[in-house]
Design a protein around this ligand. Structure first.
Ligand code: SAM
Length: 279
């Protein structure tokens, strides 16, 4: 049933937008000394070779991270994000791309908690093996929303929950809305960052409306469209819905995405950042 493998998509334009948002949020949370918890619901394998058969087959990274690899950014968030990828590719050749739990692990301090759930029988051991030496780390081979019940709230008050399902099944949209409500009840102070693909405009607007209708306050929408909408003919863009965003997030990502837009370089691309629900 689990056919999705992130190794086919690592470093594509959607990963760039998602991971920039993740870096901007963690960077803000890390300004305070008190420990935080990063919880990743659909963690993937953690690290991807861009030379693998999977990555080479789709070559999606060529339209994403490759276009930024030699760019000298002005935006602080874009600098930080590219700096993390450079740490994994010290020879200046782009061979590896980090997944969201790896990005978090590179940013977190010793006192911070890292939690993750991943269901895939091949990706889970790959993920787990990367963090065996890290303290305050819990990686479970379990369903994302069962993980909320078992692992939230964490021992510390502040943190980020990244929710990044593959959306292979239509039910995953409803499951996410129910899971989010459960998590928010348990840990209302956390920041939640929910990734979504733009494939069919009407379906994605209905999904966003369902999240707005939960009544959860303080929601920011960030969306980057590389191509104009098509009705259901592949992913043309992607977005992040962020609950309890840092107050700096909208400005940070406006700067970063304007540079990304320029470097990814397609005439019809556009982005939007909008407050959906106030505080
Ligand atoms: C989009 S990928 C995650 C990518 C990762 N967050 C990143 O940014 O590097 C989605 C992952 O969710 C896993 N998955 C699918 N259904 C799941 C579920 N119900 N609970 C936990 N993981 C699941 C898949 O095996 C896949 O590795």
């Amino acid at each position: 049933m689990l056919s999705y493998r992130h190794s086919y998509h690592a470093g594509n334009h959607a990963d760039v937008v998602k991971h920039l948002t993740q870096v901007a949020i963690l960077d803000y949370l890390l300004k305070k000394d008190k420990p935080l918890c990063y919880h990743d619901t659909h963690a993937g394998a953690g690290l991807y070779s861009l030379q693998s058969e999977h990555a080479q087959k789709t070559a999606e990274y060529l339209e994403g991270i490759t276009k930024l690899w030699h760019y000298q950014p002005k935006s602080a968030v874009l600098q930080k994000y590219l700096g993390l990828i450079k740490q994994l590719n010290p020879d200046d050749e782009l061979n590896f791309y980090p997944g969201s739990p790896k990005i978090a692990a590179l940013m977190l301090r010793q006192q911070d908690y890292l939690q993750a759930t991943e269901l895939h029988p091949t990706d889970f051991p790959l993920l787990k093996s990367q963090f065996v030496k890290r303290r305050y780390t819990r990686i479970e081979n379990t369903d994302a929303y069962a993980g909320f019940k078992a692992m939230l709230p964490p021992l510390v008050k502040r943190g980020l929950v990244l929710i990044d399902p593959p959306y292979e099944l239509k039910t995953e949209y409803q499951d996410l809305v129910a899971g989010l409500q459960e998590a928010y009840k348990r840990w209302p102070q956390a920041t939640y960052a929910i990734w979504y693909p733009v494939i069919e405009r009407s379906a994605i607007e209905a999904f966003i409306t369902a999240i707005v209708n939960t009544g959860i306050k303080n929601q920011l929408r960030i969306e980057f469209n590389l191509h104009p909408d098509t009705e259901g003919h592949g992913m043309t863009g992607s977005g992040m819905l962020v609950i309890n965003p840092p107050y700096t997030l909208a400005d940070d990502l406006t700067q970063a995405l304007s540079e990304v837009q320029q470097e990814l370089g397609l005439a019809n691309s556009h982005y939007q950042i909008s407050q959906l629900v106030g505080e």
